[in-house]
Design a protein around this ligand. Structure first.
Ligand SMILES: C[S@@+](CC[C@H](N)C(=O)[O-])C[C@H]1O[C@@H](n2cnc3c(N)ncnc32)[C@H](O)[C@@H]1O
Length: 204
């Protein structure tokens, strides 16, 4: 069997992301990870979470699933469920409910429909009011890049696909969240000019 792919950036940001999860996740239940990529975040973080949280990795690319399962098997994957194929833009997701949703580095490397699908699907899937949706990545603030490196990254994304790009938190993401039934809970600065943006499902 071939070795699972590596995404070196996951080793640089995983401890900062884990610290947020430790702070905000309920101590039990199922964390649904959207766009798990190589699965290295799951492999590193799941075993380090307190309580009895289970981790459900997913990705929209079928090729990622073997990587995710490979990294889970190579580490302490006891709390990681087998990876599921989940395209956020699908009208139904292959999972009835979850207690929290985590999505790292997807909405800028996908068409805007992926952001719309993420919020719509999370609203359908989170099992109670106030359940958290955690969104990690680079964002523009009030239309402006927060770092030269983010502006360069944005240009490179749009050169690869004109539908991709670093999203504006205030004019794009927050209005979408509100329309989808989420309220902004907190914004935490993260290393390398990223943010963790935390939403809670509004009460019904
Ligand atoms: C840059 S990677 C991020 C992977 C990982 N979360 C990380 O932070 O390293 C973006 C991921 O988004 C996934 N993706 C893109 N569009 C998607 C969609 N519509 N539904 C689900 N996943 C999608 C890709 O397959 C890819 O694995």
């Amino acid at each position: 069997m071939s070795q699972p792919r590596h995404a070196p950036a996951t080793a640089r940001n995983r401890d900062a992301i884990l610290a947020v999860l430790v702070d905000v996740l309920p101590p039990s239940g199922l964390l649904l990870e959207i766009a798990s990529g190589t699965g290295e975040h799951a492999a590193y973080m799941a075993a380090r979470l307190p309580g009895t949280i289970e981790w459900q990795p997913t990705d929209g690319a079928v090729d990622s699933l073997a990587d995710i399962d490979g990294h889970a098997r190579a580490g302490d994957g006891a709390r990681i469920r087998p990876a599921l194929l989940l395209d956020v833009t699908a009208a139904t997701w292959p999972l009835a409910s979850a207690s929290s949703v985590l999505c790292c580095n997807m909405i800028h490397i996908a068409p805007w429909a992926a952001a719309e699908g993420l919020f719509a699907g999370a609203a359908r899937t989170l099992d109670r009011a106030d359940a958290p949706l955690l969104l990690y990545g680079p964002f523009r603030r009030n239309g402006v890049h927060t770092a030269t490196s983010n502006a360069e990254f944005d240009r490179s994304l749009q050169a690869r696909d004109a539908r991709w790009g670093v999203r504006c938190l205030e004019s794009e993401v927050l209005p979408l969240a509100s329309r989808s039934g989420f309220r902004l809970d907190a914004i935490r600065p993260m290393p390398a000019n990223n943010l963790m943006v935390m939403f809670r499902r509004s009460r019904d």
